[in-house]
Ligand binder design. Sequence first.
Ligand code: NDP
Ligand code: GDR
Length: 344
Amino acid sequence: MQNRALITGITGQDGAYLARLLLSLGYQVWGTHRRSSSPNTWRLRELGILEKIRFIPMDLLEYSNIQRVIETVRPNEVYNLAAQSFVQTSFEMPLYTGDVDGLGVTRILEAVRTVDSTIHFYQASTSELFGKVHAIPQNEATPFHPRSPYGVGKLYAHWITVNYRESYGMHTSCGILFNHESPLRGQEFVTRKVTTQLAKVIAGKQRILEVGNLEARRDWGFAGDYVDGMWRMLQRSHGDDFVLATGETHSVREFIDEASRHAGHEIEWDGVGALAVGRSRKTGQELVRVNPEFYRPAEVDLLIGDPAKATQELGWKASTRFKSLVEMMMTADMRRVAEGTLEA
Ligand code: NDP
Ligand code: GDR
């Protein structure tokens, strides 16, 4: 019988890449969407798979709706990617974020347990659980210390997923994924903010790029590699938790340097902290400056993951390195800006 997957959050970055992977493996792919005044399907369209997805309305805040969705679709695998995923917004909306990202996961787990407890379940855990890191690099045994309402909500989600595995013997897995980016990343996240806005500044369509903390360091990989790890977790005989990461870390400043280099401009930095400004060495034009408005009440300064367990037990490895990732994103956004096809 054909495998059937349900992806919550299919309209997001990871949902789109995962749907493409599962379709290529012969799955029937169902995706949940929220009602809105205009559908957010540009990523699925860009990957050329929009027509192949079966959509079903679902919101993580509504238990009865979630249960009906599971009863209707009867999936073999559920990938829970839906979340209020922007850390900065979680400081403004801590209750909403906790409800969707934390309790929302219990709602799905309860629905799965009620309808068919043999379903394999994936939960999108995150390196934000490590927050103020207790060890470098971070692996599955590193203690958690989240630094935002988002991280705290995801901590609850992580442990409730582990709890359903231990309490009811369910096949549940948490992927503790470090930051992964792509040309389909939302424009509010720093990598895509840099590639879209720098492309506009260089094309003369925006005055300057403004960012927050230049020194924050992240382990950035390519989303297309990471969804393959999610799938691998659900193919095993039992559920477990895995870190997916590249094992390399770079600062926001380095990301900006690499992106502008790819566009033909070496950056010369001047000033420190909130006074930092980056100019093109070639033209002297101010390309980027710091605006403290983008600082966070509590920051995660450094993340670098150790994916050894995933390599050993899943045969998974991040194949796209930092430089190729930045080039891929910058190339796509320079083209979109030139063609006027950047998503709204
Ligand atoms: P996106 O923000 O791109 O996508 C989030 C998805 O969740 C969207 O489809 C959104 O729908 C949906 N959603 C939001 N709120 C609800 C709700 N109340 N009910 C139902 N659906 C909802 O995230 P990513 O694709 O980047 O990330 C996928 C998951 O992985 C998230 O859970 C994120 O927290 C987690 N994660 C991401 C990492 C990354 O680096 N990308 C790293 C580690 C974890 P809509 O289109 O309607 O807004
Ligand atoms: P993050 O991603 O918080 O790690 O969460 P984001 O790209 O938003 O921030 C990364 C780091 O860059 C710093 N930064 C800025 N961030 C944004 N958004 N805008 C700026 O202008 C800016 N300037 C500096 C931030 O302070 C931060 O340190 C992402 C999300 O996908 C989560 O859902 C996921 O769980 C984690 O990655 C792993």
